[in-house]
Design a protein around this ligand. Structure first.
Ligand code: ZN
Length: 466
């Protein structure tokens, strides 16, 4: 497009966004008032109400074929706009379910009565993720209102089970693969970097989750009568756990690192340039020292290296005072954060084989698979990553950082494996947004910027050479 047209489009977009601001914020608040806590059965009707509210707003925004699609769990809200002939198709993903709100007494105002304080929207879901999907709907409304349509083709997939591990989404994507054809998926469920610096997340870790069960005798034994003659399941479990990781922070499971993509010199350099203060991170975390795998910086260990952690451990006597027993059984939950290209199924197999291998004689050791998810990574040089980067720079006045997250968004890998789509993680929440905690908030500047950056991203994608 010519500069004049671009300037005209920009002006009419700004006029529209200025004149509709109050109405937009009221819509945002209305959406936040619906307590769509996906994990709590008593809120099931609220989750559906949120889906219906979202569907109605998509329709009002000019999106077509809007439906509240059944999944067997909480519904998916789908809609599309497919009239940009010859232009790429983007699949936009976000979620309208929210985390539970306890402990309630730590909220400064009720979680489902949104208030604006100091330029922040304060409510459960304000950032994660209702605020971000509302920005998408408002971007759609702005485009149809000012231009009569989109510069590209768009499909929206908004789910209601993200906070409860997206139980039905993979099957729904699989069943609807035929009608979800797209060129790229944009997921808006992440945030900016420390200091509220615009950023694009280029990788997420995956997960392997297991439980180790060690069983000795059928009942607890007297440690005087039997101590020294039988294996103690709690000692045996401690021995197993101690063998899983070395003092250098390396996981000792054979083959564990086989599929780990090592960082290039350029990757190391890019990560080293990110503004991050180890000492501040240590103090904020409240630990006496930071530790981890030798040879990698804190940021590298947090997001680009796999981990192994005991999440819980129990067995034997835990009451007051002393009770001299050899416990009948002992247990631990152990999980690994995984990085590209580790496969959770393969890592579980290696994990359970190693545990069986090192299990001492005299006890029975079992390992259960408690589920997992694949890691994901998007190339920085993907044209859509670069298009989104230009859009962020245009709107927020600063080129985005390319960051890696230590956590997981389970669906990211599904979009890649089921739909075969590259995924660009374009999120707008500011750091320390208290997602999942009391007093969740979203900076209105980020929310408003998100709407403009989404429009700009679509324009940048439309302008990519075909
Ligand atoms: Zn989220």
């Amino acid at each position: 497009m010519t500069d004049t047209t671009a300037a005209d489009l920009h002006r009419s977009l700004e006029e529209h966004l200025t004149s509709t601001r109050d109405d937009r914020l009221e819509g945002y608040r209305e959406f936040l008032r619906i307590p769509s806590i996906g994990a709590l059965p008593e809120h099931t009707p609220d989750v559906r109400r949120a889906a219906e509210w979202l569907a109605a707003s998509l329709e009002a925004a000019g999106v077509e074929h809007v439906e509240v699609a059944e999944t067997g769990g909480h519904p998916v809200v789908y809609g599309d706009w497919l009239h940009a002939e010859g232009a790429p198709t983007v699949l936009v993903y976000g979620h309208y379910d929210v985390q539970p709100v306890d402990p309630l007494d730590l909220w400064t105002s009720p979680p489902f009565e949104p208030v604006i304080v100091d330029g922040r929207m304060l409510a459960r879901g304000a950032a994660d993720d209702k605020g971000q999907i509302h920005a998408h709907v408002m971007a759609a409304r702005a485009l149809t209102a000012t231009r009569g349509g989109f510069p590209i083709n768009v499909r929206y997939v908004f789910e209601g089970e993200e906070e409860s591990s997206s139980a039905h989404l993979a099957a729904w994507l699989e069943a609807n693969r035929g009608r979800l054809a797209a060129d790229v998926a944009i997921i808006s469920d992440t945030g900016f970097f420390e200091g509220n610096l615009p950023s694009i997340t280029v990788s997420l870790r995956g997960l392997m989750y297991a439980q180790i069960d060690v069983v000795g005798s059928p009942v607890d034994l007297h440690s005087g009568g039997f101590g020294g003659t039988v294996e103690n399941p709690a000692n045996a479990l401690a021995q197993i756990i101690a063998a899983l990781k070395g003092p250098d922070g390396r996981v000792r499971i054979p083959g564990f690192y086989d599929d780990v993509e090592e960082l290039s010199a350029a990757d190391h350099a890019a990560i080293a340039e990110l503004p991050f203060d180890d000492e501040r991170f240590r103090v904020d975390t409240g630990v006496p020292a930071l530790v981890g795998e030798t040879g990698y910086s804190t940021l590298e260990r947090r997001a680009t290296r796999p981990t192994l952690d005991v999440n819980g451990i129990w067995g034997g006597f835990q009451g007051h005072g002393a009770k001299t027993i050899i416990p009948a059984h002992a247990h631990a939950k152990v999980s690994c954060r995984l990085v590209a290209d580790q496969d959770p199924v393969d890592i579980f197999a290696k994990f359970s084989a190693f545990v069986a291998d090192i299990a001492p004689a005299g006890v029975t050791v079992g390992v259960q698979d408690l589920g997992g998810g694949r890691p994901s990574r998007t190339p920085v040089d993907h044209p859509v990553t670069q298009a989104a980067a230009r859009a962020l720079e245009r709107v927020f006045g600063r080129a985005p950082l390319f960051t890696r997250e230590g956590g997981s968004i389970p669906v990211t890998a599904d979009f890649a494996s089921i739909l075969g789509l590259p995924v660009v993680l374009l999120g707008f929440a500011q750091p320390h947004d208290n997602a999942h905690a009391p007093n969740e908030w979203m900076l209105l500047d980020n929310y408003e910027g998100a709407i403009r950056a989404i429009v700009a991203t679509f324009d940048e994608i439309a302008a990519l050479p075909r």
